[in-house]
Write a protein that binds this ligand. Structure first.
Ligand code: FMN
Length: 212
């Protein structure tokens, strides 16, 4: 299996209940635990970051900062890896690049918190992920980071909060991958049906648009 195929493995493809035009991206993206530690060209990573850059955000505030390191960067990659919780380190160490997601809590031009900051970091992350999928790359987001360690490791000032990390690379099956993670990578993906979370006039009752 080529690595490009691994990024969009057939058994991981979303089993769609309704047709979507973005199936090749939204339907094919999945979060592998197994990565093949190949070098990621800097230009590829730049394109993923460019996709994040063009994400929409509340008031166009762009309330994110990213710390990006490729494996070839050496020490900064290891430092970023060290900011992940132990479990995430165990598999993300095979990624080709790591990106730390940092939210900017306050509006730049107003004395107020930005309530959309976390939302908008998530949205930017989604853009990055879909660009990666389009390029045959895989991504795996992580909330399991040690924010205090990340703040210290990268001298992140007050008002900027490390929130998530993203492993980026080539899906694969490392020789030392635990069976449990290999099984997770082989399992089909699953989601709640729309009727469980799309409501209409009455909370908890499926929206009329879900019925034919
Ligand atoms: C914000 C966010 C945080 C996540 N944190 C972790 C994490 O710390 N460790 C982990 O193994 N997976 C993490 N995941 C991956 C999810 O478990 C995964 O996206 C989910 O199970 C759906 O699988 P799929 O991405 O393959 O569709 C995270 C995903 C997101 C979006």
């Amino acid at each position: 299996m080529g690595t490009g195929d691994a990024a969009t493995r057939a058994e991981k493809r979303a089993r769609l209940a309704h047709p979507i035009e973005t199936g090749a991206l939204v339907g094919a993206r999945w979060s592998p635990y197994g990565f093949d530690p190949r070098p990621l060209p800097a230009a590829e990573l730049r394109s993923l970051l460019e996709a994040a850059r063009w994400s929409p955000s509340s008031y166009n505030e762009q309330p994110w900062r990213l710390v990006a390191a490729r494996r070839e960067d050496g020490e900064p990659f290891e430092r970023l890896l060290g900011c992940l919780v132990e479990f995430n380190q165990s598999w993300a160490r095979h990624a080709s690049a790591l990106v730390l997601g940092v939210v900017v809590r306050r509006f730049a031009g107003r004395d107020a918190d930005n309530p959309a900051a976390e939302h908008d970091l998530g949205l930017a992350t989604a853009h990055l992920m879909l660009e990666a999928t389009a390029r045959g790359l895989s991504t795996h987001a992580m909330i399991g980071i040690d924010a205090g360690r990340a703040r210290a490791a990268f001298a992140i000032p007050d008002g900027f909060d490390p929130l998530t990390a993203i492993a980026i690379g080539y899906a694969g099956t490392p020789g030392d991958q635990p069976d449990k993670l290999r099984d997770r990578d082989a399992a089909p993906r699953d989601r709640k049906p729309l009727a469980e979370f799309v409501f209409g006039g009455e909370w908890g009752r499926p929206a009329p648009c879900l019925e034919d």
